[in-house]
Write a protein that binds this ligand. Structure first.
Ligand code: NAG
Ligand code: NAG
Length: 332
């Protein structure tokens, strides 16, 4: 009796691992499938940036957006680098048409915006902010050297500081948490110099992989020269990727705090983070102009590095299936 059961379990688990378990590609937003699966956001920046978000027609007309054919299949999203606008520098913010509940998000990015006054981000956001949650995968301001990863929620979500290579700055993800700056959220600082801004662009960028399950939200960065082969072969398996840069888990019911999220790419300027008086003053950027808005308005030449070049985003979901073998039924 004992040995028969044991034999059946062994047989089934080998079968699952070798054939069906794991992540299966659900959305492939690469090349021509990139822009069409995102929608431009053209309202005023909710973070009060000195920015004017363009729709696709205007972005193409003014050269801010280009056909992927012009960039070897990559999606180019730039900003205006020639005018001195009084009401915000033209830029882009795009939102995925699809919403997600969990999954593995693999973004291959060759170049990201950087420079004084810039505040670029690749992130996920749910409805009724902050009720549906926010996951900032790649984000920073001005001349920042390393990525800051942050999640924002409403009350009742905290994280532990273990299981990641980054340094946790704040552990209460509630946007109104006591003892933290407003909207600080759960913030994790990377200590690496190649995963944001100039350092990231110097190595041709790489892959940000974000795994969102019911138990954790984990973020890895792989420089272009060391992208794991399971990612390039479209059979990603996070269990072999080692310790993530950031891991958001602990005192948080993830299913409750993160729901129906859209992916977003944007480049804003100044506003609540890059333009905050203390942040601007602390940056060497303040040596040229005393305020962030003045820099963004008056120095168009300073924005030549403020563009995204995205090779694509692929989203994977856990495979679902059922096998029956020798009377043993396994579901996952
Ligand atoms: C860390 O969090 C504190 C409290 O919210 C904040 O004052 C400080 O600026 C943060 N540091 C960094 C490096 O983000
Ligand atoms: C200025 O912006 C346009 C449109 O985004 C871009 O095509 C061009 O390469 C930029 N110029 C420089 C010098 O970066």
């Amino acid at each position: 009796m004992f040995s028969r059961t044991f034999a059946s379990l062994v047989t089934s688990s080998i079968f699952i691992q070798s054939t069906l378990a794991g992540y299966v590609l659900s959305d492939d937003f690469t090349k021509d499938a990139f822009f069409g699966n995102f929608t431009p956001f053209t309202e005023n920046d909710p973070t009060n940036g000195f920015v004017k978000y363009l729709n696709y027609n205007d972005a193409i007309k003014s050269g801010l957006m280009a056909s992927v054919a012009n960039y070897a299949g990559a999606a180019y999203m730039g900003v205006d680098n020639s005018s001195k606008p009084t009401e915000g520098r033209p830029s882009m913010r795009i939102t995925s048409a699809k919403t997600y509940n969990k999954g593995l998000f693999i973004a291959d990015i060759a170049h990201m915006p950087v420079g004084c006054g810039t505040w670029p981000a690749f992130w996920l956001v749910g409805p009724n902010w902050p009720a549906g949650g926010e996951i900032d995968i790649l984000e920073g301001v001005n001349l920042q050297a390393s990525n800051q990863m942050t999640v924002h929620t409403n009350a009742g979500c905290t994280i532990s500081t273990s299981g990641m290579t980054g340094t946790v700055n704040t552990t209460n993800c509630d946007t109104n948490a006591q003892g933290q700056k407003k909207n600080a959220g759960c913030a994790v600082m990377s200590n690496s110099k190649n995963n944001y801004g100039a350092g990231f662009n110097a190595i041709g960028g790489g892959v940000y992989a974000t795994e969102w399950t019911s138990t954790a939200i984990s973020i890895w960065f792989f420089p272009r020269s060391s992208i794991p082969s399971d990612i390039t072969s479209l059979t990603p398996n996070p269990s072999g990727w080692g310790t993530p840069l950031a891991k958001f888990a602990g005192g948080c019911n993830i299913d409750q705090h993160f729901q129906n999220m859209n992916m977003v790419f944007d480049t804003t300027f100044c506003g609540q983070w890059a333009g905050a008086d203390d942040v601007w003053a602390a940056s060497s950027c303040s040596q040229t102009t005393s305020t962030c808005n003045a820099h963004v308005q008056l120095m168009p030449d300073a924005f030549t590095e403020a563009y995204w070049l995205v090779n694509g985003v692929r989203v994977y979901q856990q495979g679902q299936g059922k096998i029956r073998k020798r009377g043993v039924s396994v579901e996952w």
